[in-house]
Design a binder for this molecule. Structure first.
Ligand code: ZN
Length: 133
């Protein structure tokens, strides 16, 4: 028996994010009133309380804020792998939790420049990951 990794289940609040990933674009909610990006997706802007939010493509460029190297995981995951908070270029404090790939875990460094890439998990889900830029 092969164990499969759990897949994201897009809902009304996250569908725009996953549709962007399907188009190989990183899209985040952006406030139409004050221009603040919001991630994780939420129904209201945390800067001005506006509910006028829309999906907007971001560059996918960022820097590694912090990370862990996972050595023990369920059988569906190949270890070791790196999970990190990536601070995106668009806004101080705008961070996304993702995998850092294309770099041996021992070479991962705080502040390293990263760029989004997408792993195809199935016909509906592309998973955003980050590679050294
Ligand atoms: Zn706002």
């Amino acid at each position: 028996m092969t164990l499969k990794r759990p897949l994201p289940l897009p809902d009304d609040q996250t569908r725009g994010f996953w549709e962007g990933c399907g188009d190989r674009e990183l899209r985040l909610l952006c406030c139409e009133d004050c221009g603040t990006y919001i991630h994780q997706p939420a129904p209201m802007c945390h800067a001005c309380n506006s509910t006028r939010l829309d999906w907007k493509r971001v560059s996918g460029d960022g820097a590694l804020y912090t990370w862990v190297v996972v050595h023990q995981a369920p059988p569906a995951y190949e270890t070791p792998y790196v999970v990190g908070w990536i601070e995106l270029a668009e806004q101080p404090g705008l961070r996304i939790l993702s995998n850092v790939v294309g770099c041996p875990p021992a070479k991962v460094q705080a502040g390293m420049r990263l760029r989004v890439d997408f792993q195809v998990l199935n016909d509906e889900i592309n998973l955003p990951v980050f590679r050294p830029a």
